[in-house]
Design a protein around this ligand. Structure first.
Ligand code: FE2
Length: 412
């Protein structure tokens, strides 16, 4: 179907524009476009249009399992790993597919069309990975899934951890993961990162590490990862997720660290909602916020995106899949509430995340696939403030999710 979307605000452009779509691609973008024969005109009503929302860090294999077989009583990352370890003994491909299908459809309601999901491969049967590999194909028309081989219980510290990672790589994952702060020793931490980077180079894959997700200021996986990325000239093909220990590093160390971070050009993913919940559990008062230095990294020109991390699972019983909530929380907790910072913040879940995922054809441009979302608000500032729904999510010019705005009536 050929479409003419009339009168929308594209990203942060205050002027109204129109989008012409033919055969699933943007063919013309500009104000005052006239309908062509056979075109369906969609009135935009001055609403905000963004490129599709990108979830750059989530664990879909554990989604929708909160309370199974028990609740995470302490609210810590480590009890979450224990609870999940118990739950995953009962995994079947059908179980994983049923839950992930629900989670992906929930994300779609909020305009998500790209998802990088970490998949736990510390499981001798690789059950979750087999399910996600099937889903990557089955859902491809509606969502692009990027799969990370994620060693939840370690590469060096889990039986046959290295072999499981290699098997996952050969089965067709997109990204190699690691979890250096969970390994038994600092030496294992370093060797696990070397193994992960070498594996990624061998299979020509991306790297995304759960890096220093702890409040321990002595957790220094990031410097090793960034150095490996720099020495192998991998740049944006490498991502450091979480890096919450960086919150607690002393400033003199961070000054030194920033040099190799900048030289390396790696990406960062922060998960502010989940990490404000999980981190600082051993603090009494004052309690640390437990979120990496998003403001400082951004100001240094490093790429940072935001992720949800968990949707109704042992690490976050309240994850919704709506990345607006993550940005809203993230701006508060990182103290990035200057007006321009708020105006720019949609980039954490669009363009910055596209760089993290290494997407090459992302964005609303003539010649690109007609993938976009329409918010029921005139600007991102208002969409964020009032939690505006995504009234339409289009992929290849086809409407794949829609929400009817709620009407409010205050009777005084
Ligand atoms: Fe994570």
């Amino acid at each position: 179907m050929n479409l003419l979307i009339k009168d929308v605000h594209l990203e942060d452009n205050p002027d109204s524009t129109d989008l012409r779509i033919a055969e699933g691609y943007f063919t013309e973008i500009g104000p005052g476009l006239e309908p062509a024969p056979g075109e369906t005109v969609v009135p935009g009503g001055g609403r905000l249009v963004l490129p599709p929302i990108i979830e750059s860090h989530v664990h879909l294999d554990s989604a929708m399992t909160a309370g199974q077989p028990r609740w995470n009583a302490s609210g810590t990352l480590f009890e979450g790993i224990e609870v999940w370890s118990e739950r995953k003994r009962d995994l079947t491909v059908a179980d994983v597919k049923e839950r992930v299908n629900r989670a992906v459809r929930q994300q779609a309601r909020f305009g998500v069309q790209y998802v990088r999901t970490h998949v736990d491969v510390t499981d001798p049967g690789l059950t979750a990975l087999r399910a996600l590999l099937e889903l990557r194909e089955e859902l491809a028309d509606f969502v692009t899934l990027q799969l990370v081989a994620f060693p939840q219980e370690g590469i060096e510290s889990y039986p046959n951890g290295r072999d499981l990672m290699r098997e996952a790589a050969s089965m067709g994952v997109d990204v190699i993961g690691a979890i250096p702060h969970f390994e038994f020793t600092r030496e294992y931490s370093v060797s696990s990162l070397r193994y992960a980077v070498d594996l990624a180079l061998e299979f020509d894959l991306l790297v995304d590490v759960h890096c220093d997700e702890t409040d321990d200021e002595a957790s220094r996986g990031l410097e090793t990862l960034a150095t490996l990325a720099y020495e192998n000239q991998m740049g944006a093909r490498v991502t450091a997720s979480h890096t919450t220990a960086m919150h607690s590093y002393n400033n003199a160390y961070v000054n030194r660290l920033m040099r190799v971070l900048t030289l390396s050009g790696i990406n960062f993913v922060s998960n502010p909602l989940v990490n404000t919940h999980l981190q600082a559990r051993t603090d009494t008062y004052p309690k640390r916020r437990g979120v990496t230095r998003v403001k400082e990294l951004t100001e240094a020109g490093l790429n940072v995106s935001f992720g949800q991390d968990d949707i109704v699972d042992p690490w976050n019983p309240l994850g919704t899949g709506n990345l607006r909530d993550v940005v809203f929380n993230g701006l508060h907790v990182t103290q990035m509430m200057g007006h321009q910072q708020i105006v720019d913040s949609y980039r954490f879940i669009t363009h910055n995340a596209a760089r993290t995922l290494n997407l090459s054809d992302y964005g609303i441009e003539v010649g690109h696939s007609a993938d976009f979302v329409i918010f029921d608000a005139p600007s991102w500032y208002e969409a964020l403030s009032f939690n505006a729904p995504v009234v339409g999510s289009y992929r290849g010019g086809r409407l794949i999710a829609r929400t009817e705005p709620v009407e409010h009536e205050v009777l005084f």
